[in-house]
Design a protein around this ligand. Structure first.
Ligand SMILES: Nc1ncnc2c1ncn2[C@@H]1O[C@H](COP(=O)(O)OP(=O)(O)O)[C@@H](O)[C@H]1O
Ligand SMILES: [Mg+2]
Length: 288
C-alpha cells in the first residue's frame, strides 16, 4: 500500500510524516497533488496537507485532485471539506458554534459588504491566515481604521474579506493539541515572546512540552471531529476558567517535543492507519 503526504511543501512536518510512514513499513513519500493523482491506486492512502497560500488569499491548489483521488478509490485523509472548514476561519467559527464549542464571536468584514460596527476590542485577521501574519489587535476605533486601511493593500482582503473576532484576553501562551485518527498524539505550550501578544512559533514563540489538561483534550477532540479532519492541530487559548478553541489547523506543524515519550510522527501514522482500518477493515487487511 502506498501512503502519500499530499503537499506542495517539503516542510519538516511533511517529511517527518513520510519518514514515519516508511518506518511503519509503508511505501511513503511527500507528493504534490498532480503527482499523487498519477501514482496512487485504489486502496492507497493520501493524507492531504494542502496549506493556505503564502499570499493568504485561499487554499493551495489541489482540492480537485483530492476529489478525483477519492472518486478513484484512494482513501483521502483530511478531505477537501475538512481542509476548507479548518482553513477558512469564518467557516471554522460557524462549525464550532454549531457543535456547541467555545469560540470567540467572529464576523466577516468585507469590501462592499454592509456590516454592523463590531464591538471593540477585536482581532482583525485574514480568513485564510497562517503564521500570525496580518493578525492585528484593535482596541480603539482608530486602530481598527488603521488595520482596515492596511488590509486594503492586501489581495486576501479583496478575495475574501477579513474576519473580526472577539478578543480573548491574551495571557502570553496557548496550547496546541495534535489530534490524529480521533485521538490525541501530542501537545505543546506556545509561549509568546516578551511584548508579543500572538503565540505563533513563526513570530518567535517558544514551544515547550506540555500535557493538555482534560478539558483541553475534550475540546480538541470535539473541534477536530466537528471540522471532519483526520489530522489537525487545535489551538486553545486559556481563559479564567478554562479554554476556548481558537483555531483548527488543517496543515498543522509539530515537532518531536509534542510527545516527550515515543515518536509523535509514528504515533500519528499509526492513529491514521487505525482510522482507515475502522473505515474499511477488509480492504486494508488485504492491502498492507
Ligand atoms: N480572538 C483572539 N483573541 C486572543 N488572541 C488571538 C485571537 N485571535 C488570534 N489571537 C492570537 O494571534 C495568534 C494568531 O492568530 P490565529 O487566528 O491563530 O491566526 P494564524 O492562522 O495566522 O495563526 C494566535 O495564536 C493568538 O495568540
Ligand atoms: Mg494560529
Amino acid at each position: 500500500m502506498k501512503f502519500a503526504v499530499v503537499a506542495h511543501r517539503r516542510s519538516a512536518t511533511n517529511e517527518a510524516l513520510a519518514v514515519a510512514a516508511r518506518r511503519c513499513g509503508l511505501d511513503a513519500d511527500v507528493l504534490a497533488p498532480q503527482r499523487a493523482l498519477a501514482l496512487l491506486e485504489p486502496g492507497d492512502v493520501a493524507l492531504a496537507r494542502l496549506d493556505v497560500r503564502d499570499s493568504l488569499d485561499g487554499i493551495e491548489s489541489g482540492t480537485g485532485e483530492l476529489e478525483r483521488l477519492a472518486a478513484e478509490g484512494v482513501e483521502v485523509l483530511n478531505p477537501p471539506r475538512a481542509l476548507v472548514a479548518a482553513h477558512d476561519k469564518l467557516l471554522t467559527a460557524r462549525v464550532l458554534r454549531l457543535a456547541g464549542l467555545p469560540h470567540p464571536h467572529t464576523t466577516l468584514l468585507a469590501p462592499a459588504l454592509p456590516s454592523a460596527v463590531p464591538e471593540l476590542p477585536l482581532v482583525l485577521k485574514p480568513r485564510f491566515g497562517s503564521w500570525g501574519r496580518d493578525v492585528e489587535l484593535c482596541s480603539t476605533a482608530e486602530e481598527l481604521e488603521a488595520a482596515l486601511l492596511a488590509a486594503q493593500s492586501r489581495r486576501w482582503f479583496f478575495e475574501h474579506g477579513a474576519v473580526a473576532q472577539e478578543l480573548v484576553e491574551p495571557r502570553g501562551w496557548d496550547l496546541r493539541v495534535v489530534v490524529a485518527g480521533g485521538r490525541i498524539v501530542g501537545s505543546a505550550r506556545r509561549v509568546a515572546l516578551p511584548g508579543e501578544w500572538r503565540t505563533n512559533a513563526a513570530l518567535g514563540a517558544n514551544v515547550e512540552p506540555a500535557e493538555a489538561p482534560p478539558l483541553a483534550r475534550t475540546l480538541a477532540l470535539a473541534a477536530v471531529q466537528a471540522v471532519g479532519a483526520d489530522l489537525a492541530g487545535v489551538d486553545l487559548l486559556p481563559t479564567r476558567n478554562g479554554f476556548v478553541v481558537l483555531e483548527v489547523n488543517g496543515a498543522v506543524d509539530f515537532r518531536p517535543l509534542y510527545a516527550p515519550i515515543g515518536n509523535v510522527f509514528e504515533d500519528t501514522i499509526a492513529a491514521l492507519l487505525g482510522a482507515v482500518a475502522r473505515r474499511r477493515p477488509a480492504a486494508l487487511a488485504g492491502a498492507v
